[in-house]
Design a protein around this ligand. Structure first.
Ligand SMILES: [Mg+2]
Length: 216
């Protein structure tokens, strides 16, 4: 296998301005939205574990397959303005780009296609024949604490990556430190002090990535 360099990109509040789960919560009204948003924020800041909020948020919302598809359109409508060009540039410079997210695969796939990214490691939701919510694939690593670490280790191994970099805004992105060579914090949509302090670098636009990665 030809050795490659690997860059793992978070989705929510990194590749796109929105948090998909919060937008799904919004569809259920103000009360559900604020309950979901509070749980997301706590998990993102490292206050609670992902396991404790993951099923709870989904059980509160019970999104339909159609609603999940609408989040896919929202991701694209709110895409980070420099993402597409930056990813194309990185790919041209020999980086393999993958999206690693605790969000939902069926909503992220359209954004990944738009950005020209093949690999999406996220959580697959299940639906019945009428498109009603029927749980999620519990073996998806990113539904759990340190799930991004497991994905980073696996992809680094299968791609024989000589260098692996994680880019994202949240606690679960910072946590990958130790299992990748570099963690780059992202602050265009949310500046989390813990991430800013702990990351190897901190950027405000994805257009800064190619130059930073050239220095690694
Ligand atoms: Mg994020």
């Amino acid at each position: 296998m030809t050795p490659t360099k690997l860059v793992l990109l978070d989705c929510d509040s990194t590749l796109s301005a929105i948090e998909g789960i919060d937008e799904l919560g919004r569809l259920r009204g103000a009360e559900t939205y604020s309950a979901v948003e509070a749980m997301t924020r706590e998990a993102m800041e490292g206050g609670t574990s992902m396991e404790s909020v993951f099923a709870r948020r989904l059980d509160l919302i019970r999104p339909t397959s159609e609603e999940l598809a609408s989040i896919g359109s929202l991701y694209i409508a709110h895409v980070e303005p420099t993402a597409k060009a930056s990813i194309a540039q990185l790919q041209g410079e020999g980086w393999t780009v993958a999206i690693v997210s605790g969000g939902f695969t069926q909503a992220i796939r359209p954004l990944a296609d738009y950005l020209g990214v093949t690999t999406v490691e996220a959580v697959v939701l299940k639906f019945d024949e009428r498109g009603c919510y029927a749980g999620f694939e519990e073996d998806c690593p990113t539904a759990r604490t340190r799930g991004k670490n497991r994905v980073a280790q696996r992809l680094t191994g299968t791609l024989a990556a000589t260098k692996t970099v994680m880019v994202g805004d949240g606690a679960s992105d910072l946590e990958v430190k130790g299992d990748v060579d570099y963690v780059i914090g992202f602050g265009r949509y949310a500046v989390r002090e813990k991430v800013k302090a702990g990351a190897d670098a901190f950027i405000m636009s994805l257009s800064e990535l190619p130059a930073i990665l050239r220095l690694l």
